[in-house]
Ligand binder design. Structure first.
Ligand code: HSE
Length: 411
């Protein structure tokens, strides 16, 4: 069986590298007589590349080649990746992708197209890079009703926050280092504004809860407003700030899903996840909590997951049954304004006592936090659990100047 790669960037070239490096064991595990990379689609030229002879700029060279049974899509973006993947599936080829933007936007349609042709559409690498998470949820945890899933889903923002927490660097200084090290996406807003984590929680929520969740249904907040003062208040509380993507199943068949920075307790398994590492906590009704940890980005870790999917496609030339989810349904994802949390608030207050009276009048008993070196005209406190809508109404009435608002988790 032959393989093609569409998109020879970091991940695509990593896939070619892993296929070559571990060729003998990969072929053996695939149960095929042979498994060869025979085509690479990319509009760029790679004159000195060892795979030079395999390149084409014409998608039809892959689509119309019947010897190619598995196509790897590592182009990124929704278009033209969607059209190419759909055409490949319709032509009876299995497709493997690492493209979270594509799966979050078009996963249901592509899964359906794969089902119609009895081929596979697999995307293990789209969430958590090299961490096994899609297959464990769909197979190993299949006995459970999943109640909640929460994770550090973006390596770049985790790297930035780790630098802020451990080295006292500002957000801008830490972002610069992340860019220099090549961690941040081309457009860093996909990482720092939480869009990348949003796409990943959409995929996880769709898989865990059974209906497609689209990015525009998920309230998303990034880390650009997090300050070193916030980091210190979190330490004083006994935890750290992490960018968390989370989704919860409610008893009435609805779910919530959101991405935001959050206070995480110091003893949580998510608190010790540093640098570019990712971790995903899955809470099942039979297993309890299980945490998946590892390299969430990078050439070879991501290629590891892609090639595993390729091997799976080679082993199962007809579609793996019961892999995927149903179409989206109206009013399935609850309005984020109805989601309840405790909130951390940092505020400027010329008159601290007057501000505390205002806090009590609005929120009742709260937990005040302070740290050595805190500004004299600042207060930090954590409210009781309250719906976002109620919190927003109350904080709008405050007669102190709100600096930061960060949600507080119980994990
Ligand atoms: N930019 C992403 C991250 C890459 O930092 O996690 C992997 O999706």
């Amino acid at each position: 069986m032959n393989i093609a790669i569409m998109g020879y960037g970091v991940v695509g070239s990593g896939v070619a590298e892993v296929l070559k490096k571990n060729h003998a064991s990969i072929v053996k595990r695939s149960t095929q007589d042979s498994l060869e990379l025979t085509r690479i689609l990319d509009l760029r030229d790679f004159p000195d590349d060892e795979n030079e002879k395999l390149f084409t700029k014409d998608f039809k060279d892959i689509l119309n080649d019947d010897s190619i049974g598995i196509v790897v899509e590592t182009m990124g973006g929704v278009h033209p990746a969607y059209e190419f993947v759909l055409d490949c599936l319709k032509a009876g080829k299995s497709v493997v992708t690492s493209n979270k933007e594509l799966v979050a936007a078009k996963g249901y349609e592509l899964l359906k197209a794969a089902e119609e042709k009895n081929v596979n559409f697999l995307f293990e690498a789209s969430v958590g890079g090299g961490i096994p998470i899609i297959r464990p949820i769909s197979s190993c945890l299949a006995a459970n009703e999943i109640d909640e899933i929460a994770g550090i889903l973006n390596g770049t923002t985790n790297f930035i926050l780790t630098k802020m927490i451990n080295e006292g660097l500002t957000f801008d200084a830490a972002l610069k280092i992340a860019q220099e090290l090549g961690y941040a996406e081309r457009d860093p807003s996909a990482d720092v504004e939480g869009k990348d984590a949003c796409r990943k929680i959409c995929i996880l929520a769709s898989l865990c809860f059974g209906n497609h969740v689209y990015p525009d249904e998920v309230y998303t907040e990034g880390i650009t407003k997090i300050t070193l003062a916030d980091v210190e208040y979190a330490k004083a509380w006994g935890g750290v700030i992490k960018l968390i993507g989370r989704a919860t199943r409610y008893g009435d068949g609805k779910i919530s899903a959101m991405v935001s920075p959050a206070f995480i307790q110091g003893h949580s398994q998510l608190a010790g996840v540093d640098d570019v590492f990712n971790a995903i906590l899955v809470r099942g009704d039979a297993i309890g909590d299980v945490v998946f940890y590892g390299r969430g980005a990078g050439k070879l870790p991501t290629a590891s997951a892609v090639v595993a999917d390729v091997i799976d496609c080679a082993r199962h030339t007809v579609r793996r049954k019961l892999f995927g989810w149903d179409d989206s349904i109206a009013d399935y994802v609850v309005n984020y304004l109805d989601i309840k949390h405790p909130f951390f608030v940092r505020a400027k207050a010329a008159d601290i006592e007057a501000a505390k009276q205002s806090v009590s009048a609005l929120f009742g008993d709260v937990q005040y936090l302070t740290y050595e070196g805190a500004a004299a005209d600042e207060i930090g406190f954590i409210t009781n659990t309250v719906a976002q809508r109620e919190f927003d109404e109350k904080i709008a009435k405050a007669d102190f100047e709100v600096g930061s608002v960060i949600r507080v988790t119980d994990y």
